[in-house]
Design a protein around this ligand. Structure first.
Ligand code: ATP
Ligand code: MG
Length: 450
């Protein structure tokens, strides 16, 4: 039988690397809480219709990247429901907002999520079929201030703070405005007109986009087509006064907070419910998949999936790409590697060596007590030869070895030998608290912990 492997595009995250993931997630939770965001967890699968309407039929995601299947019908008369593994999380959050009538609170809802997403894409560095996103949405009725440019700027400033606190240096923020639902048709018409005499010179993909969704021609990476794309009309010239004022207000607030950005007139999103602000944070260390995150304002999304008017702004970060970026940064590596080293990589505070099967319960009881004191404890196999216990303790990078034998049990003593020091002394204690202090002393230079 052939051996089974993780499915193409999926992968296992193992310790100690998972420490990095925890570090990234803890930093997100800490930073987002300061901006008064709360966590939302939506289901991993949803009705396929949610994504068809909420992400858009004509997007790559919906047209070719979704994992979709028919559920079993509950009764013969019933039609089977089509279900889909979520390819992104904004649609789910907005569905929950509508379903739980969160708009009726009259308050802006500030929600963040952390979790896996699924897209059938060609796997490569920074691009997987199961990947993780950390994202947030600020959404609410207009009366709650959800349309204000202050929200856009606040979310962008939060992202800059998050990346800086994570220790990611050298990120770039590109920003643009795609105008309102009324600006866009005029712009798209102008694009079509400009593309009509040119498109036959462009690559096949762009010829198709010029027909179906001309906005998407703008983010084409095709080298030969760049000359034509550079000369296409710019959305900035098609914004109405309200959209121009909104954009100017976002940029002014970013300036006030010292958040650096570049306006990229080609940064667009092809979907109708995207309005005004769009942005992307990139990082040079990522190679071809250089987008750390993308986001924007989606004033029409709630209505597109049958909800009330609920303007919002949000973003989704690729957590896999945050990790890749951190790993590519030497200065960061040392700091977190040290922290991770103190937990998984450098092993437990103590390895308990039960000297026989009879004392195994006593060994477990001692382990329980020490874990209660916040020590990280590994218990060895009862009855191994002392030499074997030492071998295991060393392999695990344990910082000390604690013996539990009949002497210890009957004499009610604790025997401990620090590892990694040359001194060949076994310490004996009759007092538990002194024993605990000694274990802490053993780890004095290695942990700030217990
Ligand atoms: P890309 O241009 O990289 O395909 P996208 O426009 O599809 O990105 P969004 O749908 O806006 O991306 O998702 C936001 C972020 O999620 C991206 O900026 C990226 O960091 C991350 N992301 C998207 N798809 C993947 C994937 N298949 N694997 C890993 N991360 C991904
Ligand atoms: Mg994509």
């Amino acid at each position: 039988m052939s051996t089974l492997k993780a499915v193409r595009g999926t992968r296992d995250l193992l310790p100690p690397e998972t420490e990095l993931w925890n570090f990234v997630e803890e930093t997100a939770r800490r930073v987002f809480a300061r901006y008064n965001f709360g966590e939302i967890r939506t289901p991993i699968f949803e009705d396929t219709q949610l994504f068809a309407r909420g992400v858009g039929e004509e997007t790559d995601i919906v047209s070719k990247e979704m994992y979709t299947w028919e559920d079993r019908a509950r009764a013969q008369s019933e039609k089977a429901q089509s279900l889909t593994l979520r390819p992104e999380n904004t649609a789910g959050v907005v569905r929950a907002y509508i379903e739980h009538k969160l708009g009726e609170t009259g308050l802006l809802q500030k929600l963040y999520y952390i979790g896996p997403q699924f897209r059938r894409e060609r796997p490569q560095k920074g691009r997987y079929r199961q990947f993780w996103q950390i994202g947030a949405e600020a959404i609410g009725p207009p009366s709650a201030g959800s349309e204000s440019p202050l929200r856009d700027a606040e979310v962008l400033e939060m992202l800059a703070t998050f990346l800086n606190e994570l220790g990611i240096t050298g990120w770039r923020l590109e920003i643009n405005s795609v105008g309102s639902a009324t600006d866009r048709p005029r712009y798209v018409a102008a694009l079509r007109e400009a593309l009509a005499p040119m498109k036959h010179l462009m690559c096949e993909d762009n010829q198709r986009r010029a027909e179906t969704n001309p906005l998407r021609v703008l983010d084409s990476k095709d080298a030969n087509d760049q000359e034509i794309i550079e000369k296409l009309p710019k959305i900035a010239d098609y914004l109405d006064d309200a959209s121009k004022a909104h954009f100017a207000a976002v940029l002014a607030a970013l300036d006030a907070c010292g958040v650096k950005y570049e306006v990229n007139p080609r940064l667009v999103r092809g979907l109708d419910y995207y309005t005004r602000t769009t942005f992307e944070f990139t990082h040079g260390g990522l190679g071809a998949q250089n987008a750390l995150l993308g986001g924007g304002r989606y004033d029409g999304l709630s209505e597109a999936i049958g909800g009330p008017k609920a303007p919002g702004i949000g973003f989704a970060m690729g957590e896999d790409r945050l990790i890749l970026t951190l790993q590519s940064q030497a200065s960061w590596g040392q700091q977190i590697a040290d922290e991770a080293a103190n937990t998984v990589a450098k092993g437990p505070h103590a390895y308990i060596a039960p000297m026989s099967l009879e004392v195994a319960p006593n060994a477990l009881e001692l382990a329980q007590k020490l874990r209660g004191e916040e020590f990280r404890i590994e218990v060895g196999e009862p009855g191994l030869k002392i030499r074997r216990h030492f071998e295991f303790a060393e392999k695990l990078h344990a910082k000390s070895i604690v013996f539990v034998g009949e002497n210890e049990v009957f004499g009610k003593t604790y025997s401990m030998k620090p590892l990694g020091s040359r001194a060949n002394i076994v310490w004996n204690f009759t007092d538990f608290s002194k024993f605990v202090s000694a274990l802490r002393g053993t780890n004095r230079n290695l942990v700030s912990g217990p």
